[in-house]
Ligand binder design. Structure first.
Ligand SMILES: *[C@@H]1O[C@H](CO)[C@@H](O)[C@H](O)[C@H]1NC(C)=O
Ligand SMILES: *[C@@H]1O[C@H](CO)[C@@H](O)[C@H](O)[C@H]1NC(C)=O
Ligand SMILES: *[C@@H]1O[C@H](CO)[C@@H](O)[C@H](O)[C@H]1NC(C)=O
Ligand SMILES: *[C@@H]1O[C@H](CO)[C@@H](O)[C@H](O)[C@H]1NC(C)=O
Length: 425
């Protein structure tokens, strides 16, 4: 009995300690003013998810990614600012309204719009709903306006499983130590939420006129960087750094391209891919940047696994398989088609390094960014996948798994994107 009681106390203390540790470890701003990012499945958010990182990635890469890619690659020109890409994998804490209330917001680096949900917007004295005559209203694809002075409303679907109604509004938003007094966003008045819906809202870090980046241009000069946590880290914590201060001064960069067909997205010029020492022969059209069709390569932390258009992916995968030469062959698992046994006499040598060659910058992917290991059995998979073939345009995506433990810097006025290894977690 005494044993059971002390065991009970021990367990209780352990869980209290875990909760206390979480409370002091989660969403704490860094000394340099960085905003802490946590993965949605970190111990700071979905405490009880109990899902292994491997299963989590398998799930996200088969459910979230194809939906997101179909939007990223949509052949409809996305000129509007209200461009919700329907997935938020990383969360940050911001303060909103007067008096300030903390909100946990999803970060969408490729979307322009932000939307926020509060139980009662009238409880913020600085909240103001905006009329149809407001400049950003037409960008938000509003419901029909009866007059310029009527409020700007819209209905949106989200993530394939949710929908919501919102009114265009402005209020103060505090990010790190900075207050944005008249931040414009969609104030959610009603939602029908499925599991993918981030209940407190989304911040869009795209490059269109309604995004956080554009609305804070006078403060942060349209420069930011982020460091995404490793998928195996307990608290899954990384950082978002807004503005030119404290950005790595000597980070290696590649030109940032603007594609008028999809002006919200951060395009880069991927020229080739190497596997080991072999530069893979890829049909030239696979990586070509095309302002007319929107084809090219985007950097997007809202997609989980890096995707290449079918001919490029096939060439890269075939070269990888050839070099690994797994004795028991390859099998598919979820989005991955190059998984092989690492047991017994199977492959023991390190897999060949995959290097992305961007214009002026090579990214040699460390094993943690190139490979994924099953949590259930000795199985390693090449952590790259083919872009969905059911979409019209050809878009390659450099996604979050390949960016983990790297600092990625977006410098819009300098037209450059930087990449550097950094331990984020
Ligand atoms: C919303 O907040 C306002 C101001 O604090 C208050 O007067 C009103 O009763 C609240 N409404 C609801 C439904 O709670
Ligand atoms: C917008 O959504 C609300 C809530 O679901 C619904 O009542 C309304 O009919 C919708 N309006 C339009 C024009 O779709
Ligand atoms: C691949 O492995 C097989 C045995 O499984 C061996 O005969 C062959 O030489 C290997 N090929 C290369 C290129 O290493
Ligand atoms: C991409 O890089 C290649 C090689 O440096 C260059 O020839 C090409 O013009 C670049 N494309 C764009 C759109 O910048």
């Amino acid at each position: 009995m005494a044993f059971l009681l002390s065991l009970y106390i021990l367990l209780l203390c352990t869980s209290l300690n875990a909760a206390a540790a979480a409370a002091t470890t989660c969403f704490v701003p860094s000394k340099t003013g960085d905003i802490t990012l946590h993965h949605i499945n970190s111990n700071c958010y979905r405490f009880s998810s109990g899902i292994t990182p491997f299963d989590n990635i398998l799930q996200l890469s088969t459910t979230v990614d194809p939906f997101r890619l179909s939007l990223l690659a949509s052949s409809v020109p996305i000129a509007s600012g209200f461009h919700i890409l329907n997935s938020a994998i990383y969360l940050l804490r911001a303060n909103f309204g007067s008096p300030a209330q903390p909100l946990l917001l999803g970060l969408d680096p490729s979307a322009d719009a932000s939307f926020l949900t509060l139980s009662n917007f009238s409880s913020s004295s600085s909240f103001q709903a905006l009329p149809c005559s407001f400049t950003l209203c037409p960008l938000f694809k509003p419901l029909p306006c009866s007059s310029p002075s009527s409020l700007c409303f819209y209905n949106q679907s989200y993530g394939g499983d949710s929908s919501f109604s919102a009114v265009l509004a402005q209020d103060s938003l505090v990010l790190a130590a900075d207050t944005i007094p008249t931040f414009a966003f969609g104030a959610v008045t009603y939602f029908d939420a499925g599991p993918s819906f981030p209940k407190q809202g989304i911040l869009g870090l795209g490059r269109g006129p309604a995004s956080v980046v554009s609305q804070t241009a006078s403060v942060y000069h349209s420069i930011f960087s982020y460091c995404l946590p490793g998928y195996n880290s307990y608290y899954f914590s990384g950082s978002l750094r807004l503005g030119p201060l404290h950005q790595p001064p000597r980070i290696r960069t590649t030109p940032l391209l603007l594609n008028p067909h999809r002006p919200s997205l951060y395009y880069v010029n991927l020229t080739s891919v190497s596997v080991g020492r072999v530069r893979v022969a890829v049909p030239p059209a696979s990586f070509a940047f095309d302002p007319q069709s929107g084809a090219g390569t985007v950097v997007d932390a809202g997609t989980v696994i890096t995707r290449f258009v079918a001919p490029a992916y096939a060439a890269i995968r075939d070269e990888f398989r050839k070099q690994v030469n797994a004795s028991a062959g390859y099998e598919s698992l979820g989005a991955f088609d190059t998984c092989y046994s690492t047991a017994g006499d199977g492959v023991t040598a390190a897999p060949p390094t995959v290097t992305l060659h961007l214009d002026g910058l090579d990214i040699a992917l460390p094993a943690e960014n190139a490979m994924i290991h099953s949590s259930a059995r000795p199985l390693a998979c090449l952590a790259l996948a083919v872009a969905p073939t059911n979409v019209n345009a050809v878009v390659n995506v450099i996604a979050s798994y390949q960016q983990q433990n790297h600092r990625v810097m977006i410098d819009i006025p300098g037209s450059r994107v930087g990449f550097a290894r950094e331990n984020c977690s």
